[in-house]
Design a protein around this ligand. Sequence first.
Ligand code: GLA
Ligand code: ZN
Length: 681
Amino acid sequence: MSHPEPAPAPAGLRRLAFGGDYNPEQWPEEVWHEDARLMREAGVTMVSVGIFSWALLEPDPGRYDFGWLDRLLDLLHVNGVRADLGTPTVVPPAWFYRAHPEALPVGKDGVRYAFGARGAICHSSTAYREAAAGITEQLARRYANHPALAMWHVHNEYGVPVSACYCDSCAAHFRRWLTARHGSADAVNEAWGTAFWGQRYRSLDEIEPPRTAPTVGNPAQQLDYARFADATMRENFTAERDILHRLSPGIPVTTNFMTALSQCESVDYWAWGREVDLVTNDHYLITDGRRTHVNLAMAADLTRSVAGGAPWLLLEHSTSGVNWQPRNPAKRPGEMARNSLAHIARGSEGAMFFQWRQSRRGAEKFHSAMVPHAGTDSRVWREVSALGADLGLLEGVRGTRTVADVAMLWDWQSWWAQSLDWRPSEDHDARERADTFYASLYDHHLTVDFAHPDADLSAYPLVVVPALYLATEETGRNLRRYVERGGTLVVSYFSGIVDADDAVHPGPYPGALRDVLGLTVEEFSPLLAGGTVRLTTPEGAPQGPGLTGDVWSDVIVPRGAETCWSYADGVPAGRPAITRNRLGEGTAWYISTRLSGPDLDAVLDRALADARIAPRTSLARDVEAVRRTGESGSYLFLINHTGTAAEVPLETPGTELLTGERAGKECTVPAGAVRVVRLDG
Ligand code: GLA
Ligand code: ZN
């Protein structure tokens, strides 16, 4: 599908962004001049500055030192580099904590964290809120009209390293939040099901955060606390943003997300995406042996979706290895450019890095940078400069939008709910299902938009629902409407089970999705560790390959749905395993066990046929074809993650922008390379 309105380029970016986090306070000023020269040499257009600079900017309470930042911004400006200027509110100075120790956050176990790292913040602390507003206001007043200012970078990665604080101020704040959400103690008792285990509250004053308890805490209380913690961080973000909007009008305000990292699961980015002027994202390859480029594509698609399809910006990734994973391999030659261009293909308006110059001291001195410890006579530097030059050839893609083929539903709140304790199987992992379904769509060469379960899905021929445990009645109606009007839906097990309060929908499972799927589930029957179930196609049904599932099985009663595969063994032997329900103009598939790889592909092939999506057989595995389109034209990004050259047939001829060569009936993409064809017409 294509997004209708033409995309305005984010006001602050006048070119594709290329640069990184720049922390000159770690270096003597003569190095800054060397930095500026190298930035020009590499084609850097923007750097993020001041993110961790509070202690330098306000060395004593109420005494400010802006001299160094004035000189730095002036230096950037004369060198044609623009600034993504941070509000340094992720690390208040040591003196602040001396005066306000209560602003340090408290863990679930009641232990208060210490100063000495970063991100030690109780977001309910009045002292913190006042101090953050104060420094933000000072910066906005001083730099609103600085010619180098491109955009504002509020805070850093809300949600990590502390996702929630359990202190007494947060307890009081939580009670106020509960009053706004539920109204009264009786309503909370009802929503949380406190009749179970005798947890009834007479008044909201008796309610505490879900701190460490003897056994499993109330699940609905935990879910509400996750919502509260997310909303509290968002309050602090919007408070800073509003100051910046007031004092620095016209300059976009962002905060860097980490959309697809499971470490950052505590942030509901659907809500955050609506609050920022430009969605920005940080993405680091998880080098655990999985296909990292698939996770990268997923992160980029999710970020674009959080931005409502509009252009967004990759604000951080790495030139080579990171230093916070168990093992941190260097990137292979060409990999950094491929990563960068893969983000741009999926909607990023540039490629930025953490960080410009590799630190000599501190926790991240072994994290790669644009200027590595090895200096400029190094592969990393040569690749950085080459990428800067390449981006200069791609200016046309700015403001265009990535074209998606299908949608996948994703909801952080559902993820929070199904990650709570005492579920039918600890082997079920919602994030794993999303990753696996995404990988299958990726292997079908389909570009994926992510959608909130209540979003309008009518533009997509296929919608995939990997694991949507929490699904409201409204979501059920939305999916039913989508199918009735001709959509093809694919739903995996343990979806549609509870409402927004984690209460099981009345009647048999899957409450919210019974109608659309045309079945009920009498019982779940998760498998023992390592167990598998075999699936076969029943007599009379279209024949298909035998499949193997693991982790889960359901005891299904069809109520209108046809059985496409049934269980050959296990508790539900002889009963339906994979079903297809024709409803109105469309079709809804249900997969009641965990399928992966070719087994999942085989079922998705059938669903894709229902959705009339033709297989893209001309592309080899791990060769991506992604299109961005807009007023300036249509750009086909061909990304070859394999070790052999790929010949990609073109429907429309065009000009390859990185080589300047004409591309006629096909385009050759060398091993590990990227080609960007501006299609004629
Ligand atoms: C995060 C942070 C950066 C840096 C990088 C690399 O994304 O925002 O400050 O720590 O990770 O580790
Ligand atoms: Zn707190």
